[in-house]
Design a protein around this ligand. Structure first.
Ligand code: ZN
Length: 161
């Protein structure tokens, strides 16, 4: 029997720590290992490609450039909205808000107040950043037909989206 390797349509359980270029920890799976479905864009392409072929117990350090991560920072996604749209009270910089646009709901981060305008940034918070992942593969299993249809794993807590 061939050992399980990280390959398309397998559910991968892993621990990871994500740090930025200066070593700050941005995110980690410390609370609970993360599961994802390989080959279904559950995670950023740079990480998914780097994990291909690993086996349980393997550890790997992966550096992901913005092009293979959350994209480059696009200055056109910075825009202003009148303060009155926030009920006249300026939201805190760094706060993430949900906006209704013509293309549907979008998320944007409050940058600052400029006079009667609130400046927002709709880039992904990690856009433009070089990301360092430290990954340990904990387990690999076959995906259920339902998971394959949905394109993501359903995990021990049942079905949640
Ligand atoms: Zn589902």
């Amino acid at each position: 029997m061939v050992a399980d390797l990280v390959s398309p349509d397998k559910v991968i359980k892993m621990n990871y720590t994500l740090t930025d270029a200066t070593g700050n920890v941005l995110d980690s799976s410390q609370e609970e290992p993360m599961e994802y479905l390989q080959g279904h864009q559950n995670i950023i392409p740079g990480l998914e490609n780097a994990l291909e072929g690993l086996k349980p117990g393997d550890k790997k350090q992966v550096t992901v450039q913005p092009e293979q991560g959350y994209g480059n920072h696009n200055p056109e996604l910075i825009f202003g909205l009148p303060l009155e749209q926030f009920g006249g009270e300026a939201p805190q910089p760094g706060m993430v808000v949900q906006l209704q646009s013509e293309e549907g709901v979008m998320m944007a981060t409050i940058v600052k107040q400029e006079g009667e305008q609130i400046i927002l940034d709709a880039n992904h918070p990690l856009a433009g950043q070089v990301l360092n992942f430290e990954v340990e593969i904990l387990g690999i299993r076959e995906a259920s037909p339902e998971e394959l249809t949905h394109g993501h794993p359903h995990g021990p807590h049942g079905h949640h989206h």
